[in-house]
Design a binder for this molecule. Structure first.
Ligand SMILES: [Zn+2]
Length: 257
């Protein structure tokens, strides 16, 4: 039984979502987490999660949207986790590839989400693109100055340095369809070497469909293909890999335990 730790189910219509959930169930995907990207959108996600019992959600502001509204106070973000279906914070982080928001605003937004994660005792889903050193340094600085918090690197495609520093700080690493792409040999080596108890899988649907659906619209059922590649990389049977990542998920996301 697999859990898709990161997807965007609000990008599907209600009719599409019903079909998507049916196919997920058939594929053995028992639960999924739909992700906050702005505060306004995040406030609507608990209602979506209430309709479908196997959907959880997170709340937060994606780095792409960091400059569109005032950066929310950590207390404001954390308060939204009081809803029983809200199990995490995010996604937040840094994206220096697209640079849709000024970098200093992205950094302030990222720190607000780390502080929210600490306040709420809930994990932060981190989006990292071309910003490995700033991500690692901010995580370390927040940890040193404010104390511990829970987090995962979502849709991991960054450097070994960021993976290892994050694991050293107690972080988890979630692999998406990128792991299945032919060119991702280095990524598979990183996935092979990380501690087993820190591995997660996700789709990031509707984006980044794994092989053999690459280029098509992604959906939670396809997390099985990423999990199959991760199982090969780790030398595990698919069932053992599914058990491992599901156990890891429930250890990280305490409200889903
Ligand atoms: Zn992301």
């Amino acid at each position: 039984m697999l859990i898709d730790s990161h997807c965007h189910l609000d990008y599907f219509t209600e009719a599409e979502r019903r079909a998507v959930l049916d196919r997920a169930a058939t594929a053995g995907v028992i639960e999924m987490v739909t992700i906050g990207t702005t505060m306004a959108q995040s406030r609507g996600l608990p209602a979506l999660a209430e309709v479908h019992e196997n959907i959880w959600c997170t709340v937060g502001v994606h780095p792409h949207h960091a400059a569109e509204a005032p950066i929310p106070a950590p207390e404001e973000i954390a308060a939204l986790t009081q809803h029983p279906r809200v199990i995490g914070i995010g996604e937040s982080g840094l994206d220096y590839f697209y640079d849709r928001a000024p970098r200093d605003v992205q950094r302030d937004n990222f720190r607000a989400h780390i502080r929210a994660a600490r306040l709420a005792g809930a994990p932060l889903a981190i989006h990292a693109r071309d910003a490995d050193h700033d991500i690692a340094d901010i995580l370390q600085d927040e940890r040193d100055t404010g104390g511990e918090f829970r987090f995962l690197l979502h849709c991991f495609s960054s450097s070994r340095m960021l993976a290892e520093r994050s694991v050293a700080m107690g972080g988890y690493v979630s692999f998406s369809g990128i792991l299945t792409f032919p060119k991702s040999a280095e990524l598979r080596e990183i996935a092979r070497d990380l501690p087993p108890e820190r591995l997660l899988v996700e789709t990031d649907a509707p984006y980044l469909a794994p092989v053999p659906f690459r280029g098509k619209r992604n959906e939670p059922a396809y997390v099985a293909h990423t999990a199959r590649v991760l199982a090969q990389v780790r030398g595990l049977e698919p069932e053992a890999l599914a058990d491992l990542t599901t156990t890891n998920f429930r250890r990280l996301f305490l409200k889903a335990a």
